[in-house]
Design a protein around this ligand. Structure first.
Ligand SMILES: Cc1cc2nc3c(=O)[nH]c(=O)nc-3n(C[C@H](O)[C@H](O)[C@H](O)COP(=O)(O)OP(=O)(O)OC[C@H]3O[C@@H](n4cnc5c(N)ncnc54)[C@H](O)[C@@H]3O)c2cc1C
Length: 412
């Protein structure tokens, strides 16, 4: 089977690796052998937290990747060493035994690309799908057409799949969108000695629209991403950016005093969570599947995207049937794989969307999350449980077990 994958991001590279055999990845950007920021992945300039579960899957698919990244300068710490501040105080902290890598997106992506066995053709912009009857039989590019028995759309948030399908008369359902109107502003600094590997203040609707995530990354640098929700975006000019950092409860401005800025401030604001219910399309064509952000993208403050992409690559490995019916059932399985991450991020963001009368489910969700936010500041065991769920090594159902429910009720 000849497979064409559109996009050499995290989802495209990992899925091409598990397919093996006759597969080619088409990437519109020119790629470098060295880690570089690139136009097709503008998010690469901002903090990219790789959750523990995502790193585990990548290690499983590409054995030795973690050590390669560490050798290239990435940091390896315990997930419980992250210094986290929420509306109710500092998280308790404590060792979890979960290894957490901190690394920039370009370094991670370059190392994955070096290890992936599939052929990657760069500088190829896919402009549409080619059809034979109701089946996709290739892709259109600026230069012509490339044949495929199966096309995998992994072109990310900017995917044009819905438009391409509409041109062929296939109407996909309107996407669900939850937009917290969060803006990112990121600057690199030299890392003062003993600066924590991860330092963050979380946003919380509606009381805490400002936050920050700092990661120690290769090259002995700090990546400092200021975050503002509800339209309260951090600015690009360095003095406004500095004022934004000083306005936080997190003492990050103070902690950065000995650090030297190494870059301008970069902005990004297309952060809405968006879910395409491709599985509900009435006449989904054979020969086509979609994965990664092209199907479901999350508000990046929750750091889920790369891990969900890795989980989908595993799903692809298990799903053997890519007949017309098999493609539809694959999209259903993708929808199930993204469901809990979607519920978590979109549920937490409902408070930003100006819902004057939140429904009972939203109110219960907000109340329960507040209980958790309090509990993790007071109880190291509850903190460890929470960190396991946030890093996707345990399912969200573990936050609802009777034991933890009783303990939450005694937190104030
Ligand atoms: C600001 C921001 C911060 C983020 N932070 C995190 C984080 O902390 N942790 C985390 O896990 N995730 C984070 N994410 C999400 C993460 O980047 C993605 O979920 C993850 O990379 C998987 O995406 P993907 O592979 O589907 O798409 P991408 O990684 O975006 O890759 C898509 C690729 O397709 C290519 N492409 C697009 N159109 C075409 C075309 N027509 N023809 C050929 N090639 C094409 C693009 O150039 C690109 O290389 C963040 C996202 C944003 C926006």
């Amino acid at each position: 089977m000849k497979v064409v994958v559109i996009g050499a991001g995290i989802a495209g590279l990992l899925v091409a690796h598990v397919i093996g055999g006759d597969v080619v990845v088409l990437e519109r950007d020119k790629l470098s052998d060295e880690p570089r920021y690139r136009a097709g992945v503008p998010q690469g300039r901002h903090v990219h937290g790789l959750l523990v579960r995502g790193a585990e899957i990548m290690e499983d698919l590409l054995p030795g990747l973690r050590q390669e990244l560490v050798a290239a300068g990435a940091y390896l710490t315990d997930a419980g060493d992250a210094r986290l501040l929420n509306t109710h105080g500092w998280a308790a902290g404590g060792r979890t035994g979960l290894p957490l890598l901190t690394v920039t997106r370009p370094l991670l992506e370059t190392h994955i690309r070096r290890r992936v066995t599939a052929k990657v053709l760069d500088g190829v912009h896919v402009t549409g799908l080619s059809f034979s009857g109701s089946t996709v039989d290739g892709v259109l590019t600026g230069d012509g057409r490339i044949d495929a028995d199966l096309v995998v759309d992994a072109s990310g948030r900017s995917s044009k799949l819905a438009t391409w399908l509409a041109a062929a008369g296939v109407v996909v359902p309107q996407p669900s969108v939850v937009d917290s109107r969060t803006g990112y502003a990121t600057r690199l600094y030299t890392a003062p000695p003993d600066f924590p590997a991860v330092l963050a203040e979380s946003l919380s609707a509606p009381s805490t629209p400002r936050g920050c995530a700092v990661m120690r990354v290769e090259g002995d640098r700090l990546m400092v991403t200021a975050q503002g929700a509800g339209g309260d975006h951090p600015p690009r000019d360095p003095s406004g950016y500095q004022e934004f950092l000083e306005s936080l409860r997190l003492p990050v401005a103070e902690m950065l005093r000995p650090a030297e800025p190494l870059s301008p401030v970069y902005l990004f604001a297309r952060t809405a969570s968006r879910r395409n219910a491709f599985e509900d399309t009435r006449s989904w064509p054979g020969g086509l599947v979609a994965i990664g952000d092209a199907v479901c993208s999350f508000n990046p403050v929750y750091g889920q995207g790369m891990t969900v992409a890795a989980m989908e690559a595993l799903l692809f490995r298990r799903h053997q049937d890519f007949s017309a019916a098999g493609c539809v059932s694959f999209q259903r399985r993708i929808a199930r794989t993204t469901r809990s991450s979607w519920l978590l991020s979109s549920g937490a963001d409902r408070g930003w969307v100006g819902d004057a009368r939140p429904g009972p489910a939203s109110r219960v969700f907000a109340w329960y999350m507040k209980k958790w936010q309090i509990a993790i500041t007071r109880d190291a065991d509850m903190f460890r449980r929470f960190i396991r769920v946030v890093n996707m090594v345990a399912g969200p159902a573990t936050l609802l077990s009777p034991v933890v429910f009783r303990r939450l009720m005694v937190s104030h």
